[in-house]
Design a protein around this ligand. Sequence first.
Ligand code: NAP
Length: 288
Amino acid sequence: MKIGFIGLGIMGSRMARNLQKAGYDLKVYNRTKEKAKELLENGAKWANSPAEAGKEVDILFTMLENPDVVEKLATGKEGFLSSMAEGSLWIDSSTVNPSFSKRMAEAAKEKNIRFLDAPVSGSKKPAEEAELLFLVGGEPSDFDKAKPLFQKMGKDAVHIGENGKGAAMKIMINQLLGQSMLAFSESLNLGMAMGIDKKMGLDILLKTPVTAPILDVFRYRIENNDYEPNFPLKHLQKDLHLFTETAYELGQPSPLTSAAKEVYGLAKHKNMADMDFAAVFKYLHEKE
Ligand code: NAP
């Protein structure tokens, strides 16, 4: 089976490497070729364009920054939908909005190309250790075909429903992630302003059942002022935007997410776009 992989950033490079370690033949494309170095040294073939990456592969993965980038590489100049064979399968693991996934499924269908939205839960370390959770939307038969590959990159893959449902589940998760980090940061920051010792505040808050368990993972960042990105803040803000955009499309209110999105947006303006999203604590805390 021949696999194409487009998008070798923090997540994609590690996911592709796990497929390679499992013995799959890979053809890879990334805007910045340098990031493909390790994969190429280990036998992957380089594609000079998205179209070349999609040519003569059975399955093509994309792991790209946002919907605009996915669309550009799929349908733009030298886009891969122009070169993929009829009956082949495109799996988009980028975090995008459900209506966008449905639109991409339609664009693929027009060319008799199969499509799954398969975003992942889990960050840099789970990507490296093949511990991701795939949330999948599309035809069950396509899911079954892709499952062995998901299992090489993740601990599990769940078929959520038709196209768009994987994307839907993913933005629900990241809405909670962004809100939890922000609410926690706001609470700890005020605690410190009230004279609560930072370590004490972290110890107690992280032990209470009202704190999301995932936040324990970010403790070292707040303690050491270490915001080297695993999950860049600009991506989290994008995900909150996708959530509010979807809420608007469906006529649903999303007041808290709209507010949270703006806080992350303000942090971006303080040069925190490429820091880990936990830097929202730094944003609230620092007075300049
Ligand atoms: P990343 O390191 O920033 O990688 C982004 C990828 O998109 C890179 O391959 C980048 O190419 C490409 N790209 C960006 N703009 C482009 C453009 N204009 N034209 C062509 N290619 C472009 O991000 P990541 O953390 O791997 O995330 C990738 C996706 O997974 C995002 O949708 C993100 O929300 C989602 N995700 C991330 C995490 C996480 O913890 N990091 C977890 C789950 C899901 P270059 O290498 O040339 O910049």
